[in-house]
Design a protein around this ligand. Structure first.
Ligand SMILES: *[C@@H]1O[C@H](CO)[C@@H](O)[C@H](O)[C@H]1NC(C)=O
Ligand SMILES: *[C@@H]1O[C@H](CO)[C@@H](O)[C@H](O)[C@H]1NC(C)=O
Ligand SMILES: *[C@@H]1O[C@H](CO)[C@@H](O)[C@H](O)[C@H]1NC(C)=O
Length: 250
């Protein structure tokens, strides 16, 4: 996957399906780091990212490796090649990369993305999403949702969040950004994701989606609405391996 390491460089193209975001580093020490957390029970994607982060690879490389694994495996069949065909029957993949301290820009058009957040041992945070875009999109069109904070968001001083669900609503409510802001205001990750979801549900009670969040010390939380259940995957030194967690109903 192409990388743009110049500060604030933004690229959007239809080829590889990983959106990655990197913010500048500061050192945090926690026994719960490194942490890798992603939406859905995609253990192999999580495990792949864990291998990279434990080998002292960068948090960015880890997110990229994890999300790419989901493309290779196609995970639930909606991420990666062979997913939703566009109007010509071809599968196109949306990718967005932003590297630097400017606002993160991540696509989240599809219902079934993998969203992943990695915090390495030094506390450096990255998040990424992978999607093949909405079904029957116009061929060649780059995903029309390069919206900050919809699919995933990180703030180096606070933590990160990733969302999955109705992309149109997520674009309008920016739940990942909202969850990180909540943590910035002092909410726990769990309270932050609940609060962010509730903002959507208040206007759209039929919304289906889920949010995961992790703060800089590696504490995490998840919430969902409209799904019969929601599973996500976490690795940290306490869990010892990539572990599927059944999100509680709130
Ligand atoms: C891991 O990488 C950091 C810099 O990226 C370096 O300072 C550190 O020594 C490395 N640790 C190991 C065990 O290689
Ligand atoms: C992270 O969240 C936990 C609660 O889940 C909280 O105890 C901890 O203080 C938070 N860390 C930071 C740096 O806010
Ligand atoms: C850790 O989890 C991965 C993914 O499920 C699995 O392939 C691997 O065998 C596990 N490792 C151990 C030591 O259990």
């Amino acid at each position: 996957m192409a990388r743009c390491r110049g500060g604030g460089v933004f690229a959007a193209f239809s080829l590889s399906a990983v959106g990655v975001l990197l913010l500048n580093s500061s050192v945090v020490h926690s026994q719960l780091l490194p942490v890798v957390i992603n939406t859905w029970p995609f253990v192999n994607a999580n495990y792949k990212a864990v291998q990279v982060v434990l080998k002292n690879g960068s948090h960015l490389d880890a997110v990229e490796a994890g999300c790419s694994e989901c493309e290779v495996e196609q995970c639930d069949g909606t991420v990666g090649y062979g997913g939703s065909p566009d109007e010509k029957g071809q599968t196109t993949l949306d990718a967005m990369i932003m590297d630097g301290v400017k606002r993160p820009v991540i696509d989240s058009k599809n219902h079934d993305t993998i969203g992943m957040i990695v915090i390495d041992e030094m506390g450096r945070i990255a998040c990424g999403t992978s999607t093949n875009g909405a079904s029957h999109k116009i061929p060649g069109r780059v995903g029309d949702s390069p919206i900050a904070g919809a699919g995933c968001y990180v703030d180096q001083d606070v933590g990160g969040a990733a969302a999955t669900g109705d992309g149109d609503l997520m674009m309008r409510f920016l739940p990942a950004y909202q969850a990180v802001e909540g943590m910035k205001q002092g909410l726990t990750p769990t309270k932050a994701v609940l609060e962010a979801l509730n903002r959507i549900i208040a206007y759209h009670p039929d919304f289906s989606g889920a949010l995961i969040a992790v703060n800089v010390t590696g504490h995490y939380g998840a919430a969902y609405h409209g799904f019969s259940s929601f599973h996500y995957t976490v690795f940290n030194p306490e869990l010892k391996n990539s572990t599927v967690i059944n999100a509680e109903v709130y």
